[in-house]
Design a protein around this ligand. Structure first.
Ligand SMILES: NC(=O)c1ccc[n+]([C@@H]2O[C@H](COP(=O)([O-])OP(=O)(O)OC[C@H]3O[C@@H](n4cnc5c(N)ncnc54)[C@H](OP(=O)(O)O)[C@@H]3O)[C@@H](O)[C@H]2O)c1
Length: 351
């Protein structure tokens, strides 16, 4: 009986799909390659141009991440082929599906996997993706709120999950967040605050001190004081843990400033790709260093984080520091994030 019902649903979906005009148009940011330079413009495309996956979603919100800016500026480690539509985040409503798990009308969130890399992403009014990439939006979170978090929030949440699983508690001591005015950083700061930690915010924008203190930072320090060749393999133990969105010399120095049994989760590389360290903090202080890859995280782990954001990690003020923009404004915001000039999160809102 169940399989008959399923067959009927699949038949219905396919029939509905047939009703969607083949040449239904949608708007998207298209990155094109011309003589090794990359241009971003808003263009009209056909829904039939989207890749041949099982779930078509009308995107209501997306958000801008550093990785999107890399894709939109020709970083071949992110996107191999152009023309392409970036956007590693999307929240919207299923228009039609032939998959098993969802039905049309479901409100869903999609982040990462190949979306926005080599599969057309959330900077278009429609996406078509495999249902294995799709998460049902939790009840106590709106689609709009989910894209205030986006991949940046998910990554902060994945970092936090690792640190908490390692046993980090507020009474263990101060924690740090680097790249704190960026997307990952700002949500990491808010989460640490929500969970009762004393947070040192490490930033290159000292003019944002008051803003960061209002969000919950106890101290704000200049990132230039850490952006130095390694001073010593073991420095004064200051931090019980932290979230690093920067890498390079800043992370190298932070690793040496941790107390006994500390844990750091690292996810970013805006400050550099290499790490200069020694074995000492690991074997003399028992430091754990966790790497986070949000895109390829297991779908059930992503679901756990989204459920946390709708319950015990709910950030009531998540919407306060979001810049809402239209698709047309994206090229300008992409330039800003590439230059490290973005503060907080940028959410793309569709009509
Ligand atoms: N591993 C993953 O799964 C994952 C997921 C999402 C993002 N990421 C990575 O995490 C990093 C942050 O992403 P995001 O979306 O938060 O980016 P973002 O919004 O651009 O924020 C990055 C922040 O880093 C700081 N910064 C910029 N240039 C810097 C430099 N040259 N040296 C040191 N700090 C610099 C700035 O903050 P201050 O001025 O406050 O210092 C900036 O706001 C990126 O490398 C991104 O690729 C990784």
């Amino acid at each position: 009986m169940r399989s008959e019902t399923k067959l009927f649903e699949v038949f219905l979906c396919k029939s509905l799909y047939a009703l969607i005009p083949f040449d239904m148009k949608y708007k998207a940011l298209i990155t094109t390659e011309e003589d090794k330079s990359y241009l971003n413009a808003i263009e009209e495309r056909d829904v039939s141009d989207l890749p041949n996956h099982d779930t078509l979603i009308k995107v209501k919100f997306s958000s801008l991440n550093y990785k999107d800016a890399l894709s939109a500026s020709g970083n071949k480690g992110v996107t191999r082929n152009y023309p392409h539509t970036p956007g590693i985040d999307a929240a919207g409503i299923i228009e039609e599906t032939t998959g098993e798990k969802y039905k049309s009308g479901d409100e869903v969130i999609v982040t990462g996997y190949d979306m926005g890399m080599n599969t057309f992403g959330g900077f278009g009014e429609y996406i078509r993706v495999p249902e294995d990439w799709v998460i049902k939006k939790p009840d106590n979170l709106t689609l709009s709120e989910s894209m205030a978090f986006g991949t940046a929030g998910l990554t902060a949440g994945l970092c936090m999950r690792k640190l908490l699983l390692n046993g980090l508690k507020p009474e263990d001591g101060d924690v740090f967040v680097s790249g704190v005015t960026g997307g990952v950083g700002i949500i990491s700061l808010m989460l640490f605050k929500k969970l009762g930690f004393n947070v040192t915010a490490i930033t290159g924008k000292l003019d944002q001190e008051e803003f960061l203190k209002n969000l919950g930072a106890t101290n704000v320090i200049d990132r230039n004081t850490l952006d130095l060749d390694l001073i010593s393999p073991l420095q004064k133990p200051i931090y019980a843990g932290g979230i690093d969105a920067v890498g390079g010399k800043i992370l190298s120095n932070l690793i040496c400033s941790t107390s006994q049994r500390a844990a750091i989760a690292c996810c970013g590389m805006v400050g550099g790709l290499s790490l200069d360290t020694s074995i000492f903090p690991f074997i003399l202080r028992g430091l754990s260093l966790f790497g986070i890859d949000s895109a390829e995280s297991l779908i059930e782990v992503k679901e756990e984080i989204w459920n946390n954001f709708s319950s015990s990690w709910k950030l009531e003020n998540i919407d306060e520091n979001i810049k809402d923009i239209s698709l047309n404004e994206l090229p300008n915001e992409i330039d800003k994030i590439l230059k490290g000039n973005q503060i907080g999160r940028v959410r793309v809102v569709y009509d």
